[in-house]
Ligand binder design. Structure first.
Ligand code: F6P
Length: 359
């Protein structure tokens, strides 16, 4: 048995722990393992396919990033081909990819990625490739699994930042608006905002009214709390509006959103008259060591993915359905993206404890 591992999409802390667990458990079964570099680029002649041995995964479980590298611009069904004028056109290179995998004697692929990579895995599976998915994303927006690895680390990074913002905001009687990632899902903002005791949390699932946001800040001021912390998800948007697009995307690349902290900070300063500053936490959330939780989840996913290969669960992804790791058809998980349930107890408790969602 010769299996290949691929890490696609944006990286997330815990990828190396999945790779390590999958490589060790596969080798201990007597299988051979290779790594496809940079998503699927290694199978398209744009990068390499490298052997993965016990030696190559030694000492990597605690490291952020991915030893296989990653890309969110490598959809083989929509591969960006550069034109002489510098623009890109999409090209379907899936047949070439499948033929190359066959030629290299790859029997099955474990694809570690978010919704975009899982969608690619499903399409390749429909064309006859034997694939198992492993859900990965700091955004936590993949259905079918209680959580994805990378999310806990990102939330902890955001909490640490909120803790630090509190002291400086309070010293200067300022409003500080911090933007976190999550694309169209508000999980990072909600979890870090509640744990970090933010005053306002804005998420895409609850369109905000800037007047309501400012009411909260003014009320705090009147009550002697002259500073406020606002955590805004990059995909948040006002009532009747839409998320703020950032730049242009290449063919096959997901739409980028963001820039909300700056927009909101300017509005708050004008309406409340309070000095307001903004910051974007950005890719710090994707970097660094995975937390213990993420390392364990990633390790469990890696081992379970190899078992799923042995059981020939093609087209399934491994998932956490507490307390077990199960396999779920990727198709089912992609039907609906996971979003914050606005009736969830965490939202209720946040509201009841005085946090404003700007609605
Ligand atoms: O999906 C993970 C993610 O970090 C999102 O939260 C964010 O919108 C996006 O990727 C950023 O992508 P890039 O690395 O291309 O800026």
């Amino acid at each position: 048995m010769r299996i290949a591992l691929s890490t696609g999409g944006g990286d997330a802390p815990g990828l190396n722990a999945v790779i390590r667990a999958a490589v060790l458990t596969a080798i201990n079964r007597g299988w051979e393992v290779v790594g496809i570099k940079r998503g699927y680029a290694g199978l398209l002649g744009e990068d390499e396919v490298v052997p993965l041995t016990k030696e190559s995964v030694r000492g990597i479980a605690h490291l952020g990033g991915t030893i296989l590298r990653a890309t969110n611009r490598g959809n083989p069904f929509c591969y960006p081909r550069k034109q002489p004028d510098g623009s890109y056109i999409p090209e379907d290179r899936s047949d070439e990819l499948i033929a190359n995998a066959k030629r290299m004697g790859i029997d099955a692929v474990i694809s570690i990625g978010g919704d975009g990579s899982l969608d690619i895995a499903l399409q390749l599976c429909r064309k006859g490739m034997k694939i198992i998915g492993v859900p990965k994303t700091i955004d936590n927006d993949v259905s079918g699994t209680v959580t994805t690895f990378g999310f806990d680390t990102a939330v902890n990074t955001a909490i640490e930042a909120i803790d630090k913002l509190h002291t400086t905001a309070e010293s200067h009687d300022r409003v500080l608006v911090m933007e976190v990632m999550g694309r169209d899902a508000g999980f990072i903002a909600l979890h870090s905002g509640v744990a970090g005791t933010a005053d306002v949390i804005l998420i895409p699932e609850i369109p905000y009214d800037i007047g309501k946001v400012c009411e909260k800040i003014i009320a705090r001021d009147a009550g002697g709390r002259h500073f406020s912390i606002v955590v805004v998800a990059e995909g948040a948007f006002p009532v009747g509006g839409e998320s703020h697009k950032l730049g242009e995307s290449l063919p096959g690349q997901a739409r980028r959103v963001g820039g909300m902290a700056d927009i909101i900070a300017r509005e708050i300063q004008v309406i409340t008259g309070k000095e307001t500053r903004s910051l974007v936490l950005g890719h710090l959330q994707r970097g660094g060591m995975p937390t213990g939780y993420d390392r364990l989840l990633a390790t469990r996913f890696g081992g379970a993915a190899v078992r799923a290969v042995a059981e020939e669960k093609w087209g399934h992804m491994v998932a956490l359905q507490t307390p077990h790791i199960v396999t779920v058809p990727i198709e089912e998980c992609l039907r609906e993206p996971k979003r914050v349930d606005v009736t969830h107890d965490l939202v209720q408790t946040a509201r009841a404890s005085g946090i404003s969602f700007g609605d």
